[in-house]
Design a protein around this ligand. Structure first.
Ligand code: 8YV
Length: 322
């Protein structure tokens, strides 16, 4: 049996599945594993199951037998793809199973910011009911507004469906590659990034983190947005120039923001975004429902097992396909 290290807590059933095929050790704490500990654990393993730890040259140097790294996440910006490619280490992710769950959270954030749900929730609980239905606390409609999706992947499509069918929204998108098939099936419209930012009432950023998408939203981009627009980020913190987002909110260049991700995670308690009533935050939990996290862990385990059996794992990331 191949030796595997499980670097994150996973459901018992998933462990039982893995036990049938591999010999494994696991990280059993709720605290994330330290880098030093991880480097120690990978010395003799062929398979690694992980969420988000950097898989770079240093780690690969510590893991001469490593054949596959299976990420329990759809994003794989933690992979140094060049280094993994050179050393013929496979990398897999968990697409599809989380699309609807993340899209639900994105709508939750849109609604929460637009209808000021957390702010007004606090008012009710503090006994300030009387004041909070007056004009200064009115929100913005989601239904029939224009949504701009940056990054029309599977999650982007799930967001577009909710917007079209559930909220009668007009949906615009910007993507590296134009997608006529999605335009046809969902009735969404392609725009350049600048056009999208100028037209959208809601801007949802849902692009993978790559060198091209790093800092995609900067001062210029925020300056193009409407004053009444709401910005949502559920991708990675690094896709946004956070200083520029803070400045745009402080200057009233945009109306509010809903954030699942930050430039630094856990977010620094002193981050000005945390003091703004028009910013709704959650701690990187886009995919965090019991059902979806289970499905992600199981899919990651299946990818790992397939790779260790010498087969092409179903979710080998495209950059590492030969
Ligand atoms: C991960 C995510 O589980 O799938 C992704 O890309 O961001 C999440 O679903 C996350 O990395 C866990 O912290």
């Amino acid at each position: 049996k191949s030796k595997v290290f499980i670097a994150k807590k996973i459901p018992r059933e998933v462990e039982e599945y893995l036990a049938r095929y591999c010999e494994y050790r696991k990280w059993d704490s709720d605290e994330p594993i330290s880098r030093a500990q991880l480097l120690e654990e990978v010395k003799d393993i062929e398979g690694l199951l992980i969420t988000g730890g950097k898989i770079d040259r240093e780690l690969l140097d510590h893991a001469p037998k490593l054949k596959v790294v299976s990420n329990i996440s759809v994003g794989y910006n933690n992979f140094d793809l060049e280094a993994m490619g050179e050393r013929k280490v496979l990398g897999t992710n968990t697409p599809s199973v989380l699309d609807d769950t993340v899209a639900d959270l994105i709508f939750g954030l849109m609604l929460a910011v637009a209808r000021r749900i957390p702010e007004l929730d606090r008012f009710v609980k503090e006994g300030r009911w009387q004041k909070c239905s007056d004009e200064p606390f009115w929100g913005i409609d989601v239904h029939h507004a224009t949504l701009g999706i940056i990054g029309m992947g599977r999650i982007g499509e799930a967001v577009a469906k909710r917007a079209k069918y559930g909220f009668s929204m007009e949906v615009l998108y910007y993507n590296r590659r134009r997608k006529p098939e999605v335009e046809e099936s969902l009735g969404v419209h392609y725009r350049t990034l600048e056009q999208l930012l100028q037209e959208a009432d809601y801007v949802v950023l849902m692009t993978p983190l790559t060198p091209e998408s790093t800092g995609l939203m900067g001062p210029h981009e925020f300056s193009l947005m409407k004053k009444n627009a709401i910005f949502i980020n559920a991708s990675r913190g690094e896709t946004v120039n956070e200083e520029a987002l803070i400045a745009a909110l402080e200057k009233g260049q945009i109306w509010g923001a809903g954030l699942d991700v930050f430039s630094q995670e856990p977010v620094d308690p002193g981050n000005p975004l945390l003091k703004m009533p028009n910013v709704v935050t959650v701690p990187h939990i886009g995919s965090a429902t019991a059902k979806t996290r289970f499905a992600m862990a199981m899919l990651a385990a299946q990818n790992l097992v397939k790779a260790l059996q010498g087969e092409v794992p179903p979710n080998l990331v495209e950059e590492l396909r030969v």
